[in-house]
Design a binder for this molecule. Sequence first.
Ligand code: SF4
Ligand code: SF4
Length: 184
Amino acid sequence: MQALTNRQKLVERKPMSFIERMYLPAIFKGMAITFSHIFKKKPTINYPEKKRPFSPVFRGLHILNRDEEGRENCTACGLCAVACPAEAITMEAAERKSNEEHLYREEKYAAKYEINMLRCIFCGLCEEACPKDAIYLSETFAPSDYQRKQFIYSKDELLIPHPIDNPEAYKKALGNRAKKKKLN
Ligand code: SF4
Ligand code: SF4
């Protein structure tokens, strides 16, 4: 057969020695390596019972933030979508009605807000671009799933729990931000 390059090398197949044909020395050598690892510190952990602490700069699943009164911070300005290099964010803006002041902090709010987690590269630029502290990347990650459509996160899935109705879940979602806000 004609060679494609001149770098081919013939591999010499030496006949096995008597020791090699017995296989036992190779088996003992392998067992010795295995046993030598028994007393070493395990690099693995029993996930999900145990979890490793995340790096302080870890960027996980997005959270749409509320203020202390539970009003949504997002004003649907679209800066996060413009900043997103993966074009993962889509939204629809709506105008706040007079009886909705307890729901939305600003006069305009996101009636629809979606992030496609299959596109997202968790760069954090949406958080940096937001002028209203309305979105941040939390210390958790998107759970696995079997269907692509499950990775398009809607506003309901992204919104932080209400701080007055569900303070424990709110604090948990804030994570390290709770410490900064002295909620712990
Ligand atoms: S983390 Fe980056 S890629 Fe993901 S939605 Fe935000 S800006 Fe887009
Ligand atoms: S999350 Fe922030 S940047 Fe994005 S639309 Fe809402 S207010 Fe604007």
